[in-house]
Design a protein around this ligand. Sequence first.
Ligand code: AMP
Ligand code: ZN
Length: 468
Amino acid sequence: MLKLFNSLSLRKEVFKPLDDKAVKWYACGPTLYDYPHIGNYRAFLFYDLLQKWLEHEGYKVTLVMNITDVDDKTINKSRERKETLSELYQFYSKAFFESLDQLGIKRAAIYPRATEHVPQMIALVEKLLTKGIAYKGEDGSIYFKISSFKNYGKLSHLDLKGLKAGASGRVGTDEYEKESVSDFALWKAWTPDDGEVFWEAPFGKGRPGWHIECSAMSMHYLGESFDVHTGGVDLTFPHHENEIAQSEGATGVRFAKYWLHNEHLLVEGRKMSKRFKNFYTLRDVLAKGYSPRALRLLLLSTHYRSQLNFTFEALDNAENTVKKLGEFAFRLGRAKGKGGRSLDSVLASAKKSFAGALDDDLDVASALATVFDFVKEFNKAIDDEKVSVAQAAAALDFLKEFDSVFGVVDWSASRGVSLDAAIEKLVAEREEARRNKDFKRADEIRALLKSKGIILEDTPTGVVWKKA
Ligand code: AMP
Ligand code: ZN
């Protein structure tokens, strides 16, 4: 039974979608004014883990992940680069989608762009104006009146008692601290700084605020009420709080049922962010020779609700683990020992604990510990020639199941065996030479293979080879 921690209730809740096994989910995606950093990918990998686990558990997931292509940051950047917003989007979205593929992240059902959904945003603002929950400020912008929404603060657990009476301020920027909670902009009246970026609306020429973008796009694709809404913890306030206010204020029904937030990736104790200039992009990491799998493993190996401090040392360890998992897959493919009962129960209990751990609010630490124990036990048993062909096949199935969620096993290490016929032939020739006690020839072949980057390992069950 899957349980997920809901930021609304601050409790783990049994996961029950509104429509049986169909999951409607909106995830806050990137603001494409630059290359996303690996902190952003921590969020996207958390989404990936959740999507893959839900699917593993038989849910049919519709994930909508927005792309913010108009806001203060994108407008500034497009001015700097002397490009239109659309050109800026073309450039960074290409890099973004490439990175998703490199990291093995399953695509969302749809990636709506804010600039393509302005009519829906305008309609939502109009509805709020009609209901008297929004008003026009002296600057011509439209603001949400937080005092008119009695549940304001329910997600970020704000105590507004003292505040409401005095909350007369207004904020025009999209991001602000809890201390400055106040009426916020739904629609920003055009100013010369916006240049060519504006839309005509019945309530004046301007552009949408960031928060209304997500309310409008999520409800457009998923309906007024849907199951899951995710984002990094930095989005809880004000972004998600404001999304709830706008959406529920307009519709009168519950917006998202489960709110899930991932903690940050840190560098030396501080949130990785563009603002602090303490970030690495995926390109930076790959340029240093690390594999995308290692980064995946590192970013997935800490529970999504715990902070994770990024170090290259930890990435080295992850790389090592990835290598070991690939070797394990390879060894399983070759095991033909005599078999034994105890291994069957090792496998059965590993499977059970693995599923139990992920069902418990995606407890990756326990899930990975289970898998690593299983790998250790089986590796030992392979050394002792105890793993039968059938047991190895069952173990491989479990490794594949694990990998359908985690995506960190390098299967090419094991497939190499059958793919590379020329190498197989040399290995066989060397074994033949050894049997004939022609050690000179055997050593020659070993050296030849080494020069091709292939290392031979003589094991009790015969020789195996792997890539250096
Ligand atoms: P942005 O492009 O800034 O809108 O962020 C895209 C997603 O990445 C959001 O869900 C953010 O909450 C998340 N995010 C930003 N920085 C970090 C970080 N350092 N660690 C984890 N998630 C982050
Ligand atoms: Zn959002």
